[in-house]
Write a protein that binds this ligand. Structure first.
Ligand code: PGA
Length: 248
């Protein structure tokens, strides 16, 4: 049975003390699937210290594509190395929309992350307007191709993908399990044209303990990228327990 990925995205939430308590509770658990949290960069050191000897994984939420230079407020892959994150998020719709990250920037970041030897989690997904006008597959196709432009096959195999329809992120509106399955199956086909191994693809967008069972059971879906419902131990643990009962 495949292992599912349950990856929390804390975004800009939690104090250091809250996160430490959260980590303490997570490391006390024995999960069967792969669980972890993408933390704000100021907490990467805490994650490194508290999780390095545990099964709980952690990731960075952002990184610049240059190795160093005059980029006030940014961090580089060189800096990330000391904290050994398991994953680095890239292409999240909040970064695309609020921090003006274009497809070209996403592609540069993806290359930098892969070149540094980290595992990127590449997010992609359509807006509500795009879905309403029936363009979701075209958008997903184009986003994937531009993100993966000029990346060699053997590096594409290292990427974890996350389909996150923008209309479902933080809105409480989840894609139905059928909608998520349909796009993820399609996106896997798109990636299969560029790489020789099966892509790992997660669903993200208002995933919670009420809808996790249905979504995580779908054959093409390899786990979840979870925002709001990963902000506290109780909610996040409930989702991981559901995943563990599916893969039992
Ligand atoms: P959400 O966020 O679960 O709060 O919708 C998901 C994400 O942005 O990764």
């Amino acid at each position: 049975m495949k292992k599912l990925y349950l990856i929390g995205n804390l975004k800009m939430n939690l104090t250091k003390t809250e996160l430490e308590t959260f980590f303490d509770k997570l490391v006390a658990k024995q999960y069967k699937n792969i669980a972890g949290l993408c933390v704000p960069s100021v907490y990467l050191n805490t994650a490194y210290d508290l999780l390095k000897n545990s099964c709980i994984k952690y990731g960075a939420q952002n990184v610049h594509y240059e190795k160093n230079g005059a980029f006030t407020g940014e961090i580089s892959t060189t800096m990330l190395k000391d904290f050994a994150p398991n994953w680095v998020l890239v292409g999240h719709s909040e970064r695309r929309a609020m921090f003006y990250e274009s497809d070209e920037v996403v592609n540069k970041k993806l290359k930098a992350i892969l070149q540094a030897g980290f595992t990127p989690i590449l997010c992609f997904g359509e807006t509500l307007e795009e879905r309403k006008s029936g363009q979701e597959k075209k958008i997903v196709h184009d986003q994937l191709l531009s993100a993966l432009k000029d990346i060699p096959n053997q590096l594409i195999e290292k990427i974890i993908f996350a389909y996150e329809p923008i209309w479902a992120i933080g809105t409480g509106m989840t894609a139905s399990s059928e909608q998520a399955e349909e796009i993820i199956k399609y996106a896997k086909k798109v990636v299969a044209g560029l790489s020789s191994s099966d892509a790992i693809m997660l669903y993200g967008g208002s995933l919670n303990a009420n809808n996790a069972n249905e979504i995580l059971q779908k054959p093409s879906i390899d786990g979840g990228l979870i925002g709001g419902a990963s902000l506290n131990f109780k909610d996040f643990d409930a989702i991981i327990q559901i995943a563990d009962s599916i893969t039992n």
